[in-house]
Design a protein around this ligand. Structure first.
Ligand SMILES: [Mg+2]
Length: 414
């Protein structure tokens, strides 16, 4: 743990990213409120909306029908994840021409480390980045930039004034403006955590500032509390690199896709996509879980362990068995609203030996067949070959959806 004496981090967070990309691409949408949904349906919820829409009371999570009632002028666009990723890559290239990007946090957030003279020229640097983005990417896609001694405070600073903000929190300004924020303005403090803090007598950031690191640890029940407390005070904390723990995909299903047979097709596609991504990164999985959100009864999930493998045939087989278990005793009119499949117990290929008691010994032919299919699909740039029936997904973008903390690779859009 180290207390920097100057600004060392620059954090960039794009404002209403998906909505602003849509505005950039469609000039007729620029003077109107825009909302983006996960599915092209009136029942879908907004995943983001532009600031013009926010000013009219539109919120993320609102149903399209509700948003239209509140704001009849709103333009609704279904998310186009491949386009957002392309834009993200161009943004990284533009920033990278000015200063190296240290870490990409999500499709619309990135961190840069300042060195030497840059630490005293943070504001100029941020202004140069803003200008380059406006010139190369477009004036609708605005970033808010924060600068401080560590990534945590730089992110807090970026969120302090949005949209198109530029905020510096140098060490000499601390705690100052932090005391004007709410506890939930700090990344990592959820509504739940806030309740726990209030129960411990911490009602504000000022209260949190004034306790000791040990007390913070006790409230959280783990080291995260002390970490956050130290970062709030400007400390730079190095964290051990986290290792890969799972690969997976999830999907919201529209009404047309909510029947059990359709849900199974969709699960198969998601399994194959997750397996492909895992193979590309050189891993195998030793267990799998699936989870489904059902109407009317809620959520069901199942998990299974097996000899580590990575081929589509065996992973699809495990998925189908889990699906059958999940469906046991399902009321005849049950509908699937959401499905997900996750591969766990991830280890690099070749580090685990086969299980002597596995009933179906490893079949190298399936691995070879999977490799051949991957090569064909990569070469032809689309799903030319796959196991089983290939359904076309509603809304497209199977496995290429942008999730928190993971930006899909161009290859995920096959
Ligand atoms: Mg953002």
């Amino acid at each position: 743990m180290r207390l920097p004496k100057e600004i060392e981090k620059l954090y960039i967070d794009f404002d209403a990213f998906f909505a602003n990309v849509e505005k950039q691409l469609d000039p007729s949408a620029r003077e109107r409120p825009v909302g983006v949904t996960s599915l092209p349906s009136e029942h879908a919820a907004l995943i983001t909306c532009c600031y013009m829409a926010k000013a009219q009371g539109i919120k993320r999570g609102m149903r399209v029908s509700e948003a239209r009632k509140l704001c009849p002028d709103i333009i609704i666009k279904p998310a186009r994840h491949d386009i957002y990723v392309r834009c993200h890559n161009k943004i990284l290239e533009t920033i990278g021409n000015i200063i190296p990007v240290t870490k990409v946090w999500s499709v619309d957030e990135a961190e840069c480390t300042l060195m030497g003279r840059e630490r005293r020229e943070g504001r100029e640097l941020a202004e140069r980045i803003k200008k380059a983005l406006a010139d190369k990417i477009g004036t609708c896609i605005t970033p808010s930039i924060g600068l401080s001694t560590n990534q945590f405070l730089a992110k807090v600073a970026a969120e302090m004034y949005k949209p198109n903000g530029l905020t510096l929190l140098p060490p000499e300004a601390l705690p100052g403006p932090l005391f004007d924020l709410k506890l939930t303005d700090l990344p990592g403090i959820s509504k739940n955590m806030e309740r726990r803090l209030i129960a411990s007598g911490i009602l504000s950031i000022k209260d949190f500032w004034n306790i000791t690191g040990k007390q913070a640890r006790a409230i959280w029940g783990n080291v995260e509390g002390e970490r956050m407390w130290a970062q709030l005070r400007g400390y730079e904390i190095s964290r051990p690199e986290t290792t890969r723990r799972m690969f997976g995909h999830s999907r919201l299903l529209s009404r047309e896709w909510s029947r059990p047979d359709k849900a199974l097709d969709c699960l198969r596609l998601l399994t194959v996509k997750a397996a492909y991504r895992m193979r590309r990164e050189g891993f195998t999985a030793g267990s799998m879980s699936i989870s489904v959100g059902l109407q009317p009864e809620g959520r069901r999930g199942r998990q299974t362990s097996f000899t580590a493998c990575s081929d589509d045939f065996r992973l699809s087989g495990h998925m189908t068995r889990l699906y059958e278990e999940v469906c046991t005793g399902l009321p005849p009119r049950a509908r699937f609203r959401q499905i997900s499949v996750m591969l766990h117990d991830i280890v690099p290929k070749g580090t685990r030996t086969g299980d002597l008691f596995d009933e179906k010994p490893h079949n190298p032919k399936w691995l070879a067949a999977t490799k051949t299919m991957d090569a064909l699909n990569e070469k032809h740039g689309s799903c030319v070959i796959s196991l089983g029936p290939r359904a076309k997904m509603p809304g497209g973008y199977v496995g290429g959806k942008i999730a928190f903390g993971r930006v899909p690779d161009a290859k995920d859009f096959y």
